[in-house]
Design a binder for this molecule. Structure first.
Ligand SMILES: Cc1cc2nc3c(=O)[nH]c(=O)nc-3n(C[C@H](O)[C@H](O)[C@H](O)COP(=O)(O)OP(=O)(O)OC[C@H]3O[C@@H](n4cnc5c(N)ncnc54)[C@H](O)[C@@H]3O)c2cc1C
Length: 624
């Protein structure tokens, strides 16, 4: 058999394990009830199905009554470490207590339902993944194995499209639709803990209808992964969000006890966030003095062996073959030139490379590299090393002044230029320093063994005191990078966008030989791209509630939607990115729909603030 598709519903993870594959889903109970018709209030046969997210229910008319389902706020996961083989399509015992709030919700919308008796309540588990997206496509490392499972309560609605897409993947190797969000290999070692995964599955189920605000952080299954600097961040008043299981500072509230962020926006709603002023302070530290941030959650992958360079040259648009110690900013590309990843790659030795990616994408990039491996490349060991190293970012105009007080190594511009990485000693501790930036200021990422991380952090903090060093969180990174035009994978860059459209043409080296997507990009370049990621300044100095996804209008028609958005504290403007028709270049006027109001916006050049480095090659990190 050349091709096997696992479409085994809640049994899929254990069937996949038989082939040595690791995929993740958890059975979560889903209940629905048949309610009797109420005389005088029968629902007509031709009534459309309804979805009522405010009341957490959906349903359809049935014999004058209704068949009602919904998403409980306290869901139940079962068989989290394996589904009994003998379970079949029979109902498991229902739980009326959990369903009652949904009945009340339905009665708020259809008052007669409070009088309708229940004919039957049934309960079936369905396979929920941690992000409520299905598992669709090939499995890296097991040739010929495909997944079509983890349907997360979308099985009826999506089965046709999923069947078609998997067929395309099997027969043609690619699909018409962007299925990247569904790649079965997006979960990693942290997801091997079935208790943790069950918490994630239940939380996504809880929010299936229940409004999740864009600034809310996941609350369940925490804390799962903490950096060696966690206690330092706690001492400084860190407010933690979470990504890929990592606890990470979103911002700091100095002088207040540390806390974990959760459904915070539920309290302040669609308004300016209460941390706005604190974020502004952090932003200014990086821009005007020096800021420091714990970026340990960066995904890290090492490639070692004679085949490493050939593999990387094939999957990357940029040229990887450069002297040892060089850092390259590049996109991982598919054969159509679409962006599968956005990473930096450091050459650590002739045959050894470290790829650094966003916390949320390390498993994706790892799987992608494995799928792209070819025997002809030669041997290469690909290994995730995320937890082997802590990362401390320190940037700002005073960054060199601070570093100089701690090291005898020459960190001058001439000796340690941009896009270089090497081991230096910080007060006797070996640290691999990379001169790269995602905030657009002078500075370094320090890669440190976890056992030394606190020592190095403390010394940097102490040395920075005289110049006003300040710790920052991931929210400040967003406002900093957007002022400089840096992109973010998953939001600004996806498989359906190519580097030429994304304004990253400087990362594509057509002259380096063949690579994934070269022909497609050459054709696109010759024909001229039709759309381009643009920077918009929306409204005026006043903070605007823009979150991404808002429609962009030109001459009364929708021409794009917002991708990343952030308030730029240095330029005092609301900054947003959007792919727009190329005719709408810098200087063009458009409008953005913000909560029903059309707000004027101006198309600006990519970087609103001039970048520190623009010579031919620029860099950012995907700090997702
Ligand atoms: C109450 C309820 C209401 C729902 N409402 C909706 C809705 O309105 N819209 C919607 O889109 N979805 C809905 N769903 C979700 C939908 O039913 C599921 O997502 C879908 O049925 C899952 O399909 P599947 O093919 O992945 O799994 P299944 O339908 O469970 O099929 C898996 C099959 O694999 C077989 N199998 C298992 N192990 C093996 C093995 N080792 N070898 C061979 N075969 C094996 C099983 O016997 C089974 O037949 C609802 C679910 C529930 C519980």
């Amino acid at each position: 058999t050349e091709v096997v598709v696992i479409a085994c519903g809640i049994w899929a993870p254990q069937v996949a394990a038989m082939a040595g594959a690791f995929v993740v889903s958890t059975p979560v109970d889903h209940q629905h009830a048949a309610l009797r018709a109420v005389a005088g209030a029968e629902l007509p046969r031709d009534m459309p199905c309804f979805r009522d997210p405010d009341n957490l229910v959906y349903g359809k008319a049935e014999s004058g009554g209704v068949v009602l389902g919904g998403y409980e706020l306290d869901p139940n996961a079962r068989w989290i470490d394996g589904v009994p083989w003998e379970h079949a399509g029979t109902s498991v015992p229902p739980d009326l207590r959990r369903f009652e709030p949904l009945l009340k919700g339905a009665a708020r919308r259809f008052p007669f339902m409070s009088e309708a008796g229940i004919v039957k309540l049934v309960c079936h588990p369905d396979a929920m993944t941690p992000d409520a997206n299905p598992l669709l496509g090939p499995v890296p490392g097991v040739r010929g194995l495909f997944m079509a499972a983890g349907l997360s309560l979308n099985g009826f609605g999506a089965a046709g499209g999923m069947g078609k897409s998997v067929t395309e993947l099997i027969t043609a190797g690619e699909s018409e639709l962007d299925l990247y969000a569904y790649r079965p290999w997006r979960f990693g070692p942290v997801h091997r803990d079935h208790r943790y995964v069950a918490e994630l599955a239940k939380e996504t189920y809880r929010y299936y209808y229940f409004l999740r605000y864009p600034y809310d952080a996941d609350e369940w299954g925490r804390p799962r992964r903490t950096s060696a600097l966690h206690h330092r961040i706690q001492d400084l008043g860190g407010v933690f969000g979470t990504k890929q299981g990592w606890e990470r500072p979103e911002h700091f509230d100095p002088g207040k006890p540390w806390r974990r962020a959760g459904a915070d926006q539920r309290r302040f709603g669609w308004n300016r966030p209460p941390w706005f002023a604190l974020q502004a302070e952090e932003h200014r530290a990086f821009r005007e003095r020096v800021g420091i941030i714990d970026m340990t959650s960066f995904g890290k992958i090492e490639l070692d062996g004679p085949g490493a360079l050939a593999l990387l040259e094939r999957v990357c648009g940029n040229q990887i073959d450069r002297p040892v110690g060089t850092v390259v900013y590049t996109q991982l590309l598919d054969r159509r030139g679409g962006i599968a990843g956005d990473v930096t790659i450091t050459r650590l030795g002739p045959e050894r490379f470290r790829l650094v990616t966003g916390a949320g994408y390390v498993n994706s990039d790892l799987g992608w590299l494995r799928l792209e491996q070819r025997e002809a490349d030669g041997a290469v060991e690909i290994r995730e090393t995320t937890e082997d190293l802590c990362v401390i970012g320190m940037w700002g105009p005073q960054a060199r002044t601070v570093l100089r007080t701690l090291t005898d190594d020459d960190v001058s511009e001439d000796s340690f230029p941009f896009m270089q990485g090497r081991t230096i000693r910080i007060e006797g501790f070996d640290v691999f320093a990379q001169r790269v930036t995602y905030v657009g200021e002078l500075g370094w990422e320090f890669y440190v063994q976890p056992r030394l991380a606190v020592q190095v952090w403390d010394r940097l903090m102490a040395a920075g005191r005289t110049v006003g060093i300040r710790p920052g969180g991931y929210r400040a990174l967003d406002s900093l990078r957007m002022e400089k035009g840096y992109r973010y994978y998953g939001t600004d860059l996806t498989l359906l966008d190519n580097p030429l459209e994304a304004g990253l043409g400087f990362c594509v080296r057509f002259d380096k030989g063949d690579f994934n997507g070269r022909d497609a990009l050459a054709t696109a370049r010759a024909a001229g791209v039709t759309r381009r990621l643009r920077t918009l300044l929306v409204g005026d100095e006043e903070y605007l509630t823009v979150y991404g996804g808002e429609a962009v209008y030109a001459d009364g028609s929708i021409v794009g939607r917002l991708r990343s958005c952030a308030y730029g504290f240095s330029v005092r403007r609301n900054i947003a990115y959007s792919y727009l028709p190329v005719a709408l270049g810098p200087g063009a006027r458009v409008e953005v729909e913000v909560f029903g109001q059309r707000v004027p916006a101006e198309v600006h050049r990519d970087a609103v603030l001039k970048r520190e480095q623009l010579a031919g090659e620029d860099l950012k990190h995907a700090a997702s």
